[in-house]
Design a binder for this molecule. Sequence first.
Ligand SMILES: Cc1ncc(COP(=O)(O)O)c(C=O)c1O
Length: 474
Amino acid sequence: MPAALLSTTHIRPLELKRAPHLTTSTAGLQDIAEKHITKGLGRLRDHVFKEGKGLREGRQLLDFSSGIGVTSLGHAHPDVTAAIIAQAQSIIHVQCAIALSEPYVQLVESLLAMMPDPSLDSFFFWNSGSEAIEAAIKVARTSTKRNNIIVMQGGYHGRTSGAAALTRSKTSFFSGTGPLMPCVYTTAFPYWHALGFPKDTPEDVLVDHAIMQVENLLQQQTAPEDTAAIFLEPVIGEGGYIPAPTRYVQHLRELCTKHGILLVADEIQTGFYRTGKPFAIEHSGVVPDVIVYAKGFANGMPISGIVTRKEIMDSMAPGSLGGTYSGNVVACAAALATTRYMRTHDIAANVNARSEQIFQGLKAIQEDTANGGWIIEEVRGKGLMVAMEFKDPQSKLTSKHHLGDNVKLPAYLSKLVQDACLDRGLLTLTTSIYPVLRMIPALILSEEEVDEMLRIMAESVKEVASKVETQARA
Ligand SMILES: Cc1ncc(COP(=O)(O)O)c(C=O)c1O
């Protein structure tokens, strides 16, 4: 029941000659953005998004980015939109240090039912993924009374100060802003390119190498009794969509259990069915001590959080966690509607079916070398985190191709293919320091939308490869 309209007739309106002007034209908006919005934000194109439905932005653009894994039920899902409207008509801000709200507590109830293990039973909500990482750092340090944190080479955990200190995917996220939080140690992640191994190195060899590195780290740089947590993305996201091999995750679990170190799964990008299970770490059978989540569980409203065991969370003194907007009630209502949809629909079946269709289709494009597939080095990912790594002229590991050793390929073929896709109305993303194109579409995508993506991708790869071939012949 919407509340009665608020009356503010006692506030005198100003006698203005004209109502405040606001620009609506695309060119006008682009001009203001160019002049007045920070250059610290990268932007793919100056396209102005106005409306979205499902995987479509406006009438034409097919969105395989979902706002970087956020609109998991598609743009403007009616259940989520209705929940947002209803909540906004009731109350918009309930400060979490002042009182409880029904959506906040019901969200906890809903999430409890989705946890990979009943031991994960104590929650805290924040706004962004980075903030939730800050909370995880704080909880890990407080509860273990240890300072050091181990992170993965290539991992990404955010841009706020503590989260940036944990980030290892690109220096641009923190360059020039140091000194960052100390006591962070980096260990190898089993990924051939970052390890400098040939692409066809068996997974077991990569895992053995990564295990040796983390064991060494605990003996040479950060003693177990000084180490609070290991932060792991079960599928490295910003670093290039690389699934963590099961044996590696299980080994990290054993190490953590043996030494009383917390295993923190950063599921900000991988959580809530993105990889076909509620949480990606479930593919390995490992139960982490902490899960950090955000993005896809509120379909666009800003809310994030952590969950851990009650005895760990209860080490926090009242007031040590919080924030003005933490667990905003409208965002909670959106998350509640999103998780309700996920708990009442077979979202996993769609993710798995579409994932198989995508991987089959992209591998066929790669194998079609006569039509440009030779520029694709690897197709990889998990569920609906899909990446294509292209040949890399900087790397001895990937640069062999039929044009001969004296032909140097353009750097970042991924970007050229992304542009060619965008020209045809398909929105994809690039990522990592390697030439990687990634796709992270809404989980509700249809077979026809995948077919459309594959058609555009095949055309784009062919166009870029034939340009490269023409230039090589010139
Ligand atoms: C794995 C992971 N951790 C942390 C973050 C940071 O989240 P946010 O951008 O909401 O601060 C992201 C964002 O992309 C992410 O993918």
